[in-house]
Design a protein around this ligand. Structure first.
Ligand code: GAP
Length: 442
């Protein structure tokens, strides 16, 4: 994991936030390659989960809502983690994490892992980040940055139902930022205080929850393995034991990825939440949030299946999955090569256009022409510095699936060489057939 963290910085994927001021714990910035990769992940989610399904619609709601939302959802009271603090060095820890790590049930058996001091009794710490609305900072102006995107979907249930021609079963999905004042942000972008979620609430007829719960677990697994290219053996579905479920949940499964250093950890939670959220919002808002089923003439509060994915955690899993080191290079007798074997849909850049030599104007002009042709349809980089071998290596390292080289022959036959990142095979393709080639291959 340490290697991945420094690699991500070195290549411009992920930087510590506010780095020139010493950073800020639990916050990260996504650089040129990271921000493009994140966008590709979100686009893939939208394509697979939303746009290709006639009964799923999108939403983009405000990050700050009326505080009553969090009263109704139970977050104000229950969205807490158990906190302990060292009486000597005043470092704070998640009590449950400390006990789990040391395999004990009783915190009083433990000492501070930093200085060996005594630990304070556990208290519940609310994870929501607070702010104030307007010029006066008092209790009436308190507001919270959303700790999940899901609640804004529930509070827009009626708006969406009244304005779209959709019938149960249907889903509302949204991608957006969420904020949690984590006690111990850790493991790079795995546990942060600001992160992004891709969540869907899938509204169903009560009684059909088992079928749809299984359906969405399968669909998520299909997305990870068939579309994003994660190996099956690096993923597992872990169902929560009945006694560990929140009182309103019928069932809940985590999809876990086997991260290096961290081990099996959640990238997505899929929950069968019954009618808890809509019922709560109906009660607290006084607005009816029922669905009228035209066919059966029944009125009911739909049940919900909620697949909830963390963009940042999935991105970390995809980088870990793709990161490959070859000690003596692919020739077997060179220096170490690093490759990011990204699926081409996820790779930040799809194509790199490389003029074979840079000081021959006819070649660079032709290469820029090819760049202009391709960059209107594909994320393309133009690179003319260094030897072509070094440029190939650089593109391999950032996961670019294809390099296009323009050479002297190009001026004669109007064709270029396409080099494949993984096989290193090269093929000659006419410039006027390039778009068709990449439409098929990226
Ligand atoms: N609406 C349900 C919900 O928010 P969750 O299991 O708390 O459920 C869903 O969060 C996903 O959001 C997780 O599977 C994880 O990928 C991501 N996530 C949660 N907390 C996170 C954090 N502090 N940093 C990064 N990602 C986080």
């Amino acid at each position: 994991m340490e290697k991945i963290v420094s690699f991500c910085k070195r290549k411009g994927f992920i930087f510590q936030s506010s780095e020139i001021y010493g950073g800020l714990g639990g916050f990260y910035d996504y650089g040129p390659l990271g921000s493009q990769m994140k966008k590709n992940i979100k686009d893939s989610y939208l394509n697979f989960m939303v746009n290709s399904r006639p009964n799923i619609v999108g939403l983009d709601s405000a990050i700050i809502t009326n505080s009553k939302v969090w009263e109704a959802s139970g977050h104000l009271k229950n969205f807490t983690d158990p906190l302990t603090e060292c009486k000597s060095c005043h470092k704070r820890f998640r009590a449950d994490h400390l006990m789990e790590k040391n395999n004990v049930d009783d915190l009083s058996l433990l000492k501070c892992p930093e200085c060996g001091g005594d630990l304070m009794d556990v208290r519940n710490f609310n994870l929501m980040l607070k702010t104030f609305i307007g010029p006066v900072e008092d209790s009436s102006s308190v507001a919270y940055l959303r700790p999940e995107t899901a609640q804004s979907i529930f509070i827009n249930f009626k708006n969406v139902l009244d304005t779209q021609r959709i019938k149960v079963p249907f889903g509302i999905a949204q991608i957006g930022k969420a904020f949690r004042n984590e006690i111990t942000p850790s493991n790079f972008i795995f546990r942060t205080r600001e992160f992004e979620q891709m969540e869907m609430e899938f509204f169903i007829k009560p009684g059909e929850q088992e079928k749809w719960y299984k359906y969405w677990i399968n669909e998520s697994m299909r997305w990870y393995t068939e579309v994003l290219g994660i190996k099956k053996e690096n993923l597992r579905v872990k169902e929560a034991a009945k006694e560990d479920l929140a009182h309103y949940a019928i069932a809940c499964s985590d999809i876990e990825y086997n991260f290096p250093s961290i081990g099996w950890s959640e990238i997505e939670g899929i929950a069968s939440r019954g009618d808890y959220d809509l019922s709560q919002h109906e009660k607290f808002s006084g607005q009816e949030l029922k669905y009228f089923d035209e066919a059966s003439k029944e009125k009911y509060i739909p049940y919900v299946i909620e697949p909830s994915v963390g963009v940042d955690r999935l991105m970390l899993a995809l980088i870990c999955e793709a990161y490959t080191e070859i000690e003596k290079g692919r020739s077997g007798e060179g220096s170490k090569e690093i490759l990011l074997k990204f699926n081409s849909k996820i790779a930040p850049n799809k194509i790199a256009v490389l003029p074979l030599v840079k000081n021959k104007e006819v070649i660079t002009l032709k290469a820029k022409e090819v760049f202009d042709l391709l960059s209107s349809s594909f994320i393309t980089e133009y690179d003319e510095t260094g030897t072509v071998g070094k440029r190939y290596r650089r593109q391999d390292e950032i996961g670019t699936p294809f390099c296009v080289t323009i050479d002297f022959e190009t001026l004669e036959d109007n064709a270029v060489t396409i080099r494949n990142r993984d096989t290193m095979e090269q093929e000659r393709v006419l410039i006027n057939e390039l778009k068709e080639y990449f439409n098929k291959n990226v």
